[in-house]
Design a protein around this ligand. Structure first.
Ligand SMILES: Cc1cc2nc3c(=O)[nH]c(=O)nc-3n(C[C@H](O)[C@H](O)[C@H](O)COP(=O)(O)OP(=O)(O)OC[C@H]3O[C@@H](n4cnc5c(N)ncnc54)[C@H](O)[C@@H]3O)c2cc1C
Length: 474
């Protein structure tokens, strides 16, 4: 039995710890705050249940495979697949219903522009090819070398591999498929799933659109906190010792490591890797502001709505310049549309998220003012763009700012850490291996990237690399 320290109790750390313990190691997980889950979690206010970070779940097979690897399939929370994945509303009053059913989605697209129905089908065909060319080999195993990745990618055929390398930006791909601005904006939004800009990120991010369509957009019944609780129970059932309120660092000592005055044979770090890998000067992905509102009536909104800003390039230009744009795109999540356990009868909770830049050093205090500005901006846009909310008094019951994210270890509040811009951006993510043999990274800041299912994969990869290092079979 080897001793492994896991530093950080986010989704990646919990997954790595649980898998390592299940493999037979003696695992201690140190979490700096008083709660597990990191950016993922749920709060309850006066009977209303809100996710505070992630709300969109996809890749259910990856989630299930993780619980199987933890020996805890019985603990996996229920996922509900949403037939209407997202309702997009545009500044000019037009709308697009992105149904999982491609025929229905294409009909909705054709109402925006006669060519857009066919464009949508062609776009999703391309997105699938990109997923096969680059996505599958990228997600299949820990990324260690470009040669290893190419060898995996070549199994799908050289032509497919070349497709991946021919691509330029996501925005260029959107322009290839759509004449009108509406569906271009729909495609471009997928870059924000990685905290990136569609005008700089590679078109390979179109694979996220394929993943949502092919594997579904899901809601975790009871909220994301139910997933965190299930992972924590699985880890503890496998024997993981959890130490809360312990902000720790590891130190090399002989052939092993010392963490919090205790000796370990290996360490998995779930904190963002940029600082420990001496890359603090790297550009960062976007941060986010979330406002949580209570409505004294059951709203007739769908589960997910996007209220697009009129000028998307201006929004990303402002983000890149470190400013708040004049008009912000809003992600609205209304979970009571799917799950009665999220709100008592006759009431609704509404989560509204906007992307904002990571803050600069010393700007933390200014966020008290920024939060009020953003709340007012969100309220004004809801009134202007969502007729269902006319006359409904919304009270702000909770919020999350970039400073809250920084308090959970996010560098300057950046949600995904390293910014994967450029053709080879995703290959330059901070490594899963630390400089010292026996140190591995898990979480959204390393391979394969952010988002709950990918972070679970990261935790499993880190556990496998650690076990292999310790001389076991990974
Ligand atoms: C507003 C918002 C919306 C999002 N929406 C979605 C979505 O819809 N779908 C989706 O899939 N993903 C979404 N995400 C992203 C998703 O939440 C993250 O990618 C994922 O939860 C990150 O997990 P992680 O393992 O990297 O750990 P983190 O959540 O980053 O947690 C790391 C943990 O390590 C702890 N820690 C750090 N340093 C130390 C130390 N020195 N000692 C001890 N503990 C330490 C921290 O306190 C924290 O608990 C969203 C995120 C945010 C913030």
């Amino acid at each position: 039995m080897k001793r492994v320290a896991v530093i950080g109790g986010g989704i990646g750390g919990l997954t790595a710890a649980g898998v390592l313990a299940r493999t037979g190691h003696q695992v201690t997980l140190f979490e700096a705050t008083g709660v597990l889950g990191g950016k993922a979690g749920t709060v309850s206010v006066d009977g209303l249940v809100f996710d505070t970070g992630p709300t969109v779940m996809t890749m259910p097979d990856t989630v299930r495979a993780t619980f199987v690897e933890l020996g805890a399939e019985d603990l996996m929370p229920q996922l509900v697949r949403l037939p209407l994945q997202t309702h997009y509303r545009y500044a000019d009053g037009r709308e697009f219903h992105c149904w999982e059913d491609l025929d229905r989605a294409a009909e909705s697209a054709a109402r925006l522009h006669p060519d857009d129905g066919g464009g949508l089908r062609a776009f999703f065909a391309d997105a699938e090819q990109v997923y096969r060319a680059a996505g599958q080999p990228y997600l299949e195993a820990p990324y260690q070398t470009m040669m290893g990745f190419m060898a995996r990618a070549a199994r799908n055929g050289l032509g497919t591999l070349l497709t991946g390398f021919k691509l330029s930006t996501l925005d260029a791909l959107a322009k290839q498929h759509f004449r009108g601005p509406h569906l271009r904006q729909f495609v471009n939004r997928f870059a924000t799933y990685a905290g990136a800009s569609p005008y700089e990120a590679n078109a390979a991010f179109a694979m996220i659109a394929h993943i949502e369509r092919a594997f579904g957009v899901h809601h975790v019944v009871g909220g994301l906190g139910a997933l965190v609780d299930a992972l924590a129970t699985a880890a503890q059932r496998n024997g993981v010792e959890v130490v809360l309120g312990a902000k720790v660092q590891h130190e090399k000592r002989g052939r092993g490591f010392v963490v919090s005055a205790r000796e370990f044979d290996a360490v998995v770090v779930n904190a963002d890797p940029l600082e420990l890998q001496h890359r603090s000067a790297d550009p960062l992905t976007m941060s986010g502001y979330v406002a949580m509102f209570a409505a004294p009536t059951r709203l007739s909104l769908p589960h997910h709505t996007i209220l697009f800003a009129a000028d998307y390039p201006a929004e990303f230009a402002a983000l890149a310049a470190g400013r708040l744009a004049d008009e912000l795109t809003i992600h609205l999540c209304h979970p009571a549309a799917t799950d009665a356990s999220m709100a008592p009868a006759g009431r609704s909770g509404l989560y509204a998220m906007v992307n904002v830049p990571p803050f600069r050093a010393g700007e933390e205090a200014a966020w008290q003012t920024h939060a009020r500005t953003l709340e007012a901006h969100v309220r004004a846009r809801l009134l202007a763009m969502v007729p269902e909310l006319a006359g409904v008094p919304l009270s702000l019951v909770a919020e999350r700012t970039p400073v809250d994210l920084a308090n959970k270890g996010a560098p300057r509040g950046s949600i995904y850490g390293y910014l994967p811009h450029g053709k080879f951006g995703p290959f330059r993510r901070p490594s899963m291996r630390g400089a010292d043999p026996g140190v591995f990274f898990a979480g959204g800041g390393t391979h394969p990237g952010g988002g709950v299912p990918l972070v679970m994969l990261s935790g499993r990869f880190a556990a496998g690399l650690t076990t292999a290092h310790l001389g076991g079979r990974s």
